[in-house]
Design a protein around this ligand. Structure first.
Ligand code: FES
Ligand SMILES: [Fe+2]
Length: 411
């Protein structure tokens, strides 16, 4: 089977404003194309700079076929490398996170400097030119503590995203943060089902009692609008007056979006009672109720920034029917657990919400896999965000699968 044409045909089969055909959520050939056209080509959120503050600290992640290590150098710079030894390919950094003086391959002890330079390789003889075997670099960009990496030989533009996201996130002073808690959830569902589920809260009322104490979906921002909503306009005006950019910004290709939404009346944080979970603030606006700044950047992340803490979410595909969702609860670096915040209180709402979402995604994957499945229509009221995600996926895949128009066929 020509998988390029097969995926083009499947996308062409999708009815407008409908869920995707089954194979796009489940077929190994489609998953392979998702990796090659999206995950192996685009910027992917890896982690935060404050997770590796000291020289030699690293964390690792797997982006499709590519193991990657993100390392803080002696010069303070954060770099990313293909985590594959230049000798016989072993993973050099073995752990999810760690701290090393040098990167030493566990197999035959080839030793790399923190900037990837090969320092030592035993038994290789006199003619061995070690300058030819440094670790291969991975593109790495940092914006407001977010480390993004791209495993492609040539990375796409990063600057449009940097320009758009910086004014929104900068007033939250993430460089003064720490991770209070991290959860890693493997969901038995395709990564697109995970993101579709994130892009609507149609399901929230019936599913997320904990989250509904504070979160209220603003349908005006699910698509690209918002100006026609008086509550939202007032929230934006009040927050912007306090120096917190809020008005919705959407990427021209639909890949990223930022906006600040009000929480439900009286709530200022994602806690059971809506009151702050942390003593102290990330922002310095002086505005008590800034609601939640939301930003997503396909294919790998969505985020919530509150006054007292922030949440980053990272999505990584593990297989056609398996996705890793990593959630990090970010609090001021000076906040002391048990004094300034209680971990259970801080994490209760989103631990519950994530697990409820996992069940929905897994149930949907089962149903979609059924030969009886037929893609159903999206609600025009409550599912514009899901539709926007699927539209972005389909148009991105079509553009890339079809490639540039050949001059021959034009002539
Ligand atoms: S594979 Fe790394 S030293 Fe041999
Ligand atoms: Fe949900």
């Amino acid at each position: 089977m020509n998988s390029t044409q097969a995926v083009i045909d499947l996308i062409a089969k999708r009815k407008p404003r409908h869920a995707l055909p089954r194979e796009l959520y489940s077929a190994p050939e489609v998953y392979r194309q998702d990796l090659e056209q999206i995950w192996h080509r685009d910027w992917v959120f890896a982690g935060h700079t404050f997770e590796i503050p000291k020289a030699g600290q690293y964390f690792t992640l797997q982006i499709g076929d590519y193991p990657v290590a993100v390392v803080r150098g002696k010069d303070g710079q954060v770099r990313a490398f293909h985590n594959a030894c230049r000798h016989r390919g072993a993973k050099v950094c073995e752990e999810a996170q760690g701290k090393v003086a040098k990167m030493v391959c566990p197999y035959h002890k080839w030793t790399f400097e923190l900037d990837g330079t090969l320092l030592f390789a035993g038994n290789m003889g006199q003619d061995f030119d070690k300058t030819q075997y440094n670790l291969k670099p991975v593109h790495c960009e940092i914006v407001q503590s977010y480390i993004y990496v791209c495993v492609a030989a040539k990375a796409p533009d990063f600057e449009a995203f940097r320009t758009a996201v910086t004014p929104f996130v900068a007033p939250h002073f993430l460089e003064d943060c720490k991770v209070a808690f991290e959860s890693n959830l493997v969901e038995r569902g395709n990564w697109k089902l995970v993101f579709e589920n994130n892009r609507e809260c149609f399901h929230c009322d019936g599913t997320h009692p904990e989250l509904m104490n504070s979160f209220v979906e603003n349908l005006s921002v699910a698509g690209v609008g918002g100006d026609d909503d008086p509550e939202l306009s007032a929230h934006w005006a009040r927050c912007e007056l306090a120096g917190m950019p809020s008005r919705l910004v959407m990427d021209i290709n639909g890949r990223f979006r930022m906006t600040r939404i009000p929480l439900s009346a009286g709530a200022v944080s994602y806690t059971m009672d809506g009151k702050p979970a942390v003593n102290g603030r990330l922002d310095k606006s002086g505005e008590a109720d800034i609601g939640a700044l939301l930003y997503f950047n396909y294919p790998s992340t969505w985020n919530h920034f509150l006054g007292d803490h922030a949440l980053s979410f990272r999505v990584l595909p593990l297989g056609p029917n398996e996705t890793l969702v990593t959630t990090k609860w970010l609090v001021p670096s000076t906040a002391v657990e048990g004094v300034d915040y209680d971990l259970d209180r801080l994490t209760k709402v989103w631990l519950a919400t994530n697990d409820q979402d996992r069940k929905l995604v897994e149930g949907t994957q089962m149903g979609v896999n059924s030969p009886s499945y037929e893609p159903g229509p999206f609600s025009e009221i409550a599912e514009n965000g899901v539709c926007q995600f699927d539209d972005w996926y389909c148009s991105t895949m079509l553009d890339r699968l079809r490639g540039p128009i050949s001059l021959k066929s034009v002539g």
